[in-house]
Design a protein around this ligand. Structure first.
Ligand code: SAM
Length: 275
């Protein structure tokens, strides 16, 4: 199996500090969630996607939310800033977790977000610890899908919601492309959209919404690559050659996989039944 760092999005984690430097921020300056959101969202369509999730899940009252695979903490900070929820932000990679924790402190949100570094497959809390479990572009990294979803079901209160945007498989994928998907995107569990829904049902959930995001994301990654290439001189000045080459390679690979029509995505909202 590849290492998660074979996915070039996860190398050069200090890129975000260079972007903040461009805004004239030192490494200790206080920050706002809105200043960060152009750089700390590692999924598609930025905070617009989070607004959709909040509207679908409902954010009334002081809910307890768990985000699986929280990256640099962007979604967790936005959710905490624009609701009364307390967010547990679980992240596998120590370097991402460290950056996320420090940015959250600089936003003054430490009392609203608990950053935890670890693997969801080993994550233990009492049953019914969370009102909602959310995840953006992280679950496809994780093996053992039945165990993952059973743990989500156990951790949710009855009536609680599970919400994800995740990558999916389309059509038949040959072994050679599967290997490339694993190397380029650390794609460990790529399910077809109908299998994905069935996995949720098998784990005891009622699927409320399941929408294909394949066309929308294919266009998003195409435009993202073109924009990154067009601004290469600026990116080289800010980030240096190694980081820019890594990001160009990453954006190109993602674009190739989407345009091959073998890689897609979904938005899914499910509910744990009351009884
Ligand atoms: C593409 S990033 C998305 C980060 C964040 N959700 C966002 O949208 O900005 C996916 C994250 O999931 C994390 N991850 C992968 N496997 C995980 C696991 N088993 N447990 C916890 N986090 C995991 C990765 O380290 C990575 O930071």
């Amino acid at each position: 199996m590849s290492d998660i760092k074979s996915m070039k999005l996860y190398t050069h984690v200090g890129r975000i500090y260079r972007e903040l430097g461009e805004l004239g921020k030192t490494v200790e300056d206080p920050l706002s969630v809105d200043e960060l959101s152009a750089f700390d969202q590692l999924h598609y369509h930025g905070t617009q996607a989070l607004d959709v999730a909040m509207a679908m899940i409902g954010v009334d009252g002081q809910q307890r939310w768990l985000e699986i695979g929280s990256g640099l903490g962007g979604p967790a900070r936005y959710l905490a800033a624009y609701s009364d929820a307390h967010v547990t932000a679980l992240e596998l990679q120590p370097d991402q977790h460290d950056v996320a924790s420090s940015l959250t402190a600089r936003c003054g949100l430490e009392d609203r977000i608990e950053h935890v570094c670890g693997n969801f497959l080993g994550f233990e809390r009492a049953p019914a610890s969370f009102d909602a479990i959310v995840s953006w572009l992280a679950l496809y990294h994780i093996p053992e899908r039945p165990r993952l979803l059973e743990n989500c079901h156990r951790l949710l209160v009855p009536g609680g919601r599970f919400y994800t945007e995740d990558l999916t498989a389309r059509g038949d994928i040959e072994d050679a492309q599967r290997k490339l998907l694993e190397r380029d995107l650390y794609a460990i569990t790529l399910r077809h959209i109908n299998e994905y829904q069935q996995d949720l049902v098998n784990a005891g959930f009622e699927v409320e919404v399941c929408t294909s995001m394949s066309s929308s994301w294919a266009e998003f990654v195409r435009v993202r690559l073109a924009a990154y290439r067009a601004d290469r001189a600026r990116h080289l000045r800010v980030h240096g050659e190694a980081a820019v080459n890594a990001m160009t390679e990453f954006y190109s690979a993602v674009n190739r996989h989407f345009q091959s029509a073998k890689l897609g995505g979904l938005r899914l909202c499910a509910r744990k039944p009351e009884v």
